[in-house]
Design a protein around this ligand. Structure first.
Ligand code: ATP
Ligand code: MG
Length: 759
């Protein structure tokens, strides 16, 4: 109705309204974060429907299905139920739906299967076997990524074989047969009636391209309006499909794209800013709208974002401004260790909830790599703050972590049937499911554990041999558990179980992620055995055996079984946060080698991409932005001392909290964002700088029984201090030490594990 129409157009500024009502011809909005691009698309659809366009003649491609759902909800507030009939979703989900109708035209059944990465791996490994190629040479993940690259660039196996650049690249990498594997892979998928994720795009393109009269013509007619959100992250193939649909003689070219080149964060997936430039070329009549007002964030946050992105040279020029309040300054929180970072972030969340009356769902923690979630999860659980990992599993639910834990559990308790079932054939050692079932049955009948059943059960010679090999492996772990500490044991298990080899062989993004997770687990165990501090309000962990470690994990993960809360803090990678917004955002791990990632350190182009990612992260915040970093953290088995991230220095001191008022907080002794946390790192006192730079190689710990009251000592992580008191007996002695340079100077250190040097 007219009243609706009036009111929804009133919810837009002038330029947004122009973009929303410009419903004919090509339209482009390239504008900064929070300026209402997604809102423009949403209201545009509402406006189209209000103007008489039939809902299913509108196609809108979004970054996530969740975004599409939320748009539809908003649209239905204006136009009612018919909003549900709009074609809205991700490229992959929309194309899968379209292929279900017409895949038979390009040789696939309409009810084709969608292969995930595991399926693809298994097909590829079959081919490699059949071709008798060397498995190490022909690394599955490498082949997969080559094939994916070829598909995303519309390169067929034949074209691949004729392309000199591709072929010489493969020869150089001693994998000259990739084009043949590619061809065989395509054939096999086709014969199985299966498409992988890349096929959903590629076959969609083929379907349209090879069926101009029926299919393409039909969709051209039916999609009167095509829109794309987050256009900066579309790849070549995606853009070619959009072009097929809207770029042809006689087309009305009703296409609207919105995006922000400064938020382009998927160049590794082949997304290129080229598409934005190409769009202007392909549609010379395009009307471009510039949105410059940011409606999301307060002044300090917008300022910081502008400053950070200005360090990237290549970008389409645009400023964002806000008429919102100054708001709170950005807090930068310096922590001594990653564990402390976890504690202070969860303390900070409690404090913000109390102070600003926030609910959990208004708060988000963003990190560079998923493996960083562990420490935050542990502290949130301790504080009973419900949380969810957006689009992923919590750390201890991840497969590779569960596998490792299962081996460790067996090393402590060989009768643990669940752990045994999990890893008896992982990594694959040829023990089939029927064998395992028989073993379970036998164990049940004789009322013994499966482990005990292995030497007793009579199976075929081969099965018996395989299982007794497994038995020997676990026996060797159990023996090691007697002499090794928890960290050494975990490392030993990681290597000897074959898990390390398996993960190392997979150099895809997901494979790298799995390896990072296991490394984070090992680092956590290392920290567990080395940690000498007893945090405020907690008990000392005196026994650092693997059994104690496993118990602490079990207690933490037990939380998973509790009732799911509706109101939870969201944890996710910065990548996943694109397009979202939260009242309060914590961007954690702001250190060199972490954010920016160590993989990008030597390439200025990649540093720019990391900076865009940081830009995306900080512009998610509406009111409160907290950036934290740890002076030291266990990384890849060693304690590392990373410098604070260069991105922190790119924010001007006036937008950063350098002198927070002190206040009492029942949960945190030290409060949050205390005066020492300076925004401008160059202002740190020389003494503090020196303390931050303790070199572990020159640090010589003293025997702990020599530490006495009144002594001046140096602590590996906390710097100089004075021993105030020593309590407890023998192995349980605790030193209370005053570290004058810490925000909360009083720390309790367990002498048995202490890293102290007498000065
Ligand atoms: P991003 O680049 O991060 O995806 P965006 O440009 O898509 O950001 P939106 O998410 O559409 O920005 O808008 C940011 C916030 O500002 C949303 O909460 C939106 O509802 C609000 N907003 C946008 N335009 C207006 C307006 N004219 N009046 C009031 N609020 C607005
Ligand atoms: Mg958006």
């Amino acid at each position: 109705g007219t009243t609706n129409k009036q009111s929804y157009l009133d919810e837009l500024n002038d330029i947004q309204r122009q973009a929303v009502t410009a419903i004919e011809g090509p339209v482009m909005v390239i504008a900064g974060p929070g300026s209402g691009k997604t809102r423009v698309l949403t209201y545009r659809i509402a406006h189209l429907i209000e103007s008489g366009v039939i809902p299913w003649e509108i196609l809108i491609l979004t970054f996530t299905n969740k975004a599409a759902r939320e748009m539809k909800e908003r649209i239905s507030k204006v136009v009612g139920e018919k909003a549900q009939r709009v074609w809205a979703g991700t490229f992959h989900s929309i194309f899968a739906r379209m292929l279900r109708k017409d895949a038979h035209r390009i040789g696939y059944p309409n009810d084709f299967t969608i292969y995930d990465t595991d399926d693809t791996n298994s097909v590829l490994s079959e081919i490699i076997k059949q071709m008798s190629l060397d498995r190490k040479q022909y690394n599955i993940a490498a082949i997969r990524s080559r094939i994916s690259m070829a598909k995303s660039n519309l390169i067929t196996p034949k074209a691949y074989a004729l392309n000199e650049d591709l072929m010489s690249y493969d020869s150089m990498n001693r994998r000259p047969m990739i084009h043949i594997i590619y061809q065989k892979y395509v054939n096999k998928c086709l014969r199985s009636g299966a498409m992988d994720f890349d096929d959903l795009l590629l076959q969609m393109f083929r379907l349209l391209y090879q069926n101009p009269d029926n299919v393409l013509e039909r969709y051209r007619k039916s999609f009167q309006h095509v829109m794309v959100d987050e256009f900066q992250d579309t790849n070549y193939l995606q853009y070619q499909i959009i072009k097929l649909l809207v770029h042809y003689p006689g087309s009305k070219e009703n296409v609207c794209i919105v995006g922000d080149d400064a938020q382009s964060i998927y160049s590794f997936r082949g997304a290129t800013i080229e598409n934005i430039l190409q769009f202007e070329n392909d549609f010379p009549d395009v009307r471009t709208f510039k949105l410059e007002q940011n409606y999301r964030s307060t002044h300090h946050i917008v300022q910081a974002a502008n400053q950070v992105i200005s360090f990237n040279e290549k970008q389409i020029k645009k400023e964002i401004w806000t008429d919102k309040d100054e708001g709170e300054k950005i807090k930068v929180v310096k922590c001594m260790t990653d564990n402390e970072e976890g504690r202070r972030v969860s303390d900070g969340i409690i404090e913000q909830k109390n102070r600003y009356n926030l609910s959990n769902s208004e708060i988000s923690i963003l990190y560079r790599t998923n493996a960083q979630s562990r420490v935050f999860e542990e502290h949130l659980r301790r504080q009973n703050i419900p949380y969810k990992i957006y689009g992923g599993l919590s750390f201890y639910q991840r497969k590779e972590i569960k596998d490792m834990i299962a081996y460790l559990r067996l090393s402590v308790n060989e009768k643990d049937n669940e752990a045994l079932k999990r890893v008896i054939n992982y990594p694959k050692r040829g023990i089939g499911k029927t064998t395992v079932d028989k073993l379970a049955e036998f164990a049940d009948e004789h009322e013994i554990s499966m482990y005990e059943a292995i030497p007793q059960i009579k199976l075929t010679g081969r099965a018996n041999k395989l299982m007794s090999d497994f038995l020997l492996l676990i026996q060797s772990f159990r023996a090691k558990a007697q002499s090794m500490n928890a960290y050494e044991l975990a490392n030993h298990v990681y290597k000897q179980s074959g898990i390390m080899m398996l993960l190392k062989g997979d150099d895809s993004m997901e494979g790298a992620g799995r390896m990072e997770n296991v490394t984070a687990l090992l680092d956590g165990i290392n920290e567990f055995i080395n940690d000498d501090e007893i945090p405020e309000g907690e008990e000392a962990v005196v026994d650092k055996s693997i059994a104690t470690y496993l118990q602490s994990i079990a207690l933490i993960t037990d939380f998973d079984k509790e009732e799911e809360s509706e109101d939870f803090v969201t944890l996710m990678s910065a990548h996943a946060a694109k397009g979202l917004e939260f009242k309060s955002v914590f961007v954690v791990g702001m250190e060199e080698n972490l954010f920016p990632s160590f993989m990008s350190m030597s390439d200025p182009k990649q540093i720019d991409e990391e900076r865009r990612l940081f830009y995306v992260a900080i512009t998610r915040a509406e009111q409160y932005l907290t950036l934290s970093y740890a002076n030291s953290r266990y990384q890849y088995g060693n304690m590392r001392f990373n410098d604070p991230s260069r991105f922190l220095e790119e924010i001007s001191a006036e937008n950063v909290d350098s002198a927070m008022p002190t206040h009492n907080n029942e949960h945190s002794h030290e409060g949050f964002g205390t005066p020492k946390l300076l925004g401008n790192f160059k202002k740190l006192s020389p003494k503090t700088e020196a303390m931050l730079a303790i070199d572990p190689s020159t640090f010589k710990p003293s025997p702990n029984h020599t530490i006495k009251e009144g002594m001046k000592v140096m602590h590996l992580k906390f710097g100089e201090g004075v021993v105030k008191a020593i309590d407890g007996e023998r192995d349980n002695k605790v030193a209370s030490i005053h570290f004058s340079q810490l925000d909360s100077p009083e720390r309790r250190i367990m002498l048995r594990f202490a890293k102290l040097q007498i000065l």
